[in-house]
Design a protein around this ligand. Structure first.
Ligand SMILES: NC(=O)c1ccc[n+]([C@@H]2O[C@H](COP(=O)([O-])OP(=O)(O)OC[C@H]3O[C@@H](n4cnc5c(N)ncnc54)[C@H](O)[C@@H]3O)[C@@H](O)[C@H]2O)c1
Length: 357
């Protein structure tokens, strides 16, 4: 069978770190085209790809042209958040399978729009919720699916950076649609909700604040967006801290807390704890807490994170070739978007709100 013709829309940091190298490793894929408005980035990536693939890789300034002309089977969308849904809908309508970076959608309506576009055809649309593709997460999910936790009644999800505000468009509300909530909160919420078995959210109490804002301290490791916009974080219109309590049908609850900057201990990584009446789990470290033979048991799962981006890309390709639905589908992205929007609404109103669907 001929390899899939794949293109990438938005060839900045995550495309260069995760999408491009892992498509290049996949023998079922031929990376044939990119769309990137920034001329410097476009020319550099096109040259690199042409060298690495050994054939001319087409480069477009405009994604619409790429979708019209490049005869793609599949496309990754790795642009700033605001462009995600319009591009994903256009890609599906042009007949492409789509791997769409997180956050899938910033509003309820736009999430609905992608779901509707998807239902009209048979394309695979997968949301880049990369943490679902970690080896340790895959291992823990097997325990959950086998009933090791019993009835789940509470979860906690945290990604707390002492300092680690990304530079670039991420702090500009117009491009990002939210701060750590949309950037890392979407990972923490998606993963913990999925591990809980995707309960139906009902009500949310959220709080967002911009307590610290732009800082220019030395010796801080930060994610740096490649798009040449707001590189000094002079525009800082998002929150830098978010916390929420989410209630689900059946009574379970989830506590989410994420920050880009906080005056407290660094607690980086993705910390998830899930409590059930038979057992519990933690991620980082991956472990199951239970009891057996009338004694408490703690079972460490010595499986590392693994190559999560490679797993993600390989899964996307496999879903296309085998006509499977992906592990991180649009329907899940839609529910997660509904919860994120409800958190922001609750924070704005200063009271608990219903999750509207
Ligand atoms: N899954 C993960 O772990 C992960 C990690 C980092 C970023 N991301 C997500 O990836 C996306 C991109 O983030 P980034 O850090 O790579 O940003 P970036 O600024 O480095 O890259 C985005 C690129 O998109 C280009 N672009 C802007 N508008 C475009 C358009 N309309 N069409 C085509 N290209 C366009 C920009 O010029 C830039 O080169 C974001 O949505 C972010 O949330 C995901």
């Amino acid at each position: 069978m001929k390899p899939l013709r794949v293109g990438i829309i938005g060839t900045g940091a995550i495309a260069q770190m995760a999408h491009i190298p892992n498509y290049l490793k996949n023998p079922e894929v031929d990376l044939v085209a990119i769309a990137e408005p920034d001329e410097g980035i476009r020319t550099r990536v096109q040259q690199e790809l042409t060298e690495k693939t050994g054939h001319a890789v087409a480069a477009y300034a405009d994604a619409t042209e790429l979708l019209r002309e490049a005869q793609l089977d599949a496309v990754s969308i790795a642009t700033p958040n605001m462009a995600h849904i319009d591009l994903a809908v256009a890609a599906v309508e042009s007949g492409c399978h789509v791997l769409l970076e997180k956050p899938m959608a910033l509003t309820r309506d736009s999430a609905d729009r992608l779901q509707t576009a998807l239902e009209k055809g048979d394309r695979v649309v997968m949301v880049g919720q990369s943490h679902r593709y970690r080896n340790d997460v895959t291992a823990l999910k097997r325990f959950v699916d086998a009933g090791a936790l019993g009835t789940i009644y509470h979860a906690e999800a945290r990604m707390i950076r002492r300092r680690g505000t990304p530079t670039g468009w991420f702090t500009d509300m117009e491009w990002a649609g939210g701060g750590p909530l949309m950037d890392i909160g979407v990972h923490a919420l998606d993963l913990s909700w999925w591990l809980m078995g995707k309960p139906v959210p009902t009500r949310v109490s959220g709080h967002l604040t911009r307590a610290i804002g732009a800082d220019h301290l030395d010796f801080i490791g930060r994610w740096t967006a490649k798009m040449p916009h707001n590189q000094d974080n002079a525009i800082f219109t998002t929150e830098d801290f978010a916390t929420a309590l989410i209630r689900f049908q059946g009574g379970a609850t989830l506590n989410l807390t994420v920050s880009w900057a906080i005056n407290g201990p660094q607690d980086d990584g993705l910390k998830v704890t899930i409590y059930g009446d038979k057992g519990g789990l933690t991620l980082e470290p991956a472990a199951i807490y239970s009891s057996d033979h009338h004694v408490l048991t703690d079972t460490l799962i010595p499986v590392g994170v693994g190559p999560m981006y490679q797993n993600e890309i390989d899964h996307f390709v496999e879903c296309i070739l085998d006509h499977q639905s992906p592990r991180s589908p649009v329907a899940d992205g839609r529910t997660v978007a509904q919860m994120l929007v409800a958190i922001a609404e609750s924070a704005e109103r200063g009271e608990e709100v219903a999750v509207r669907r």
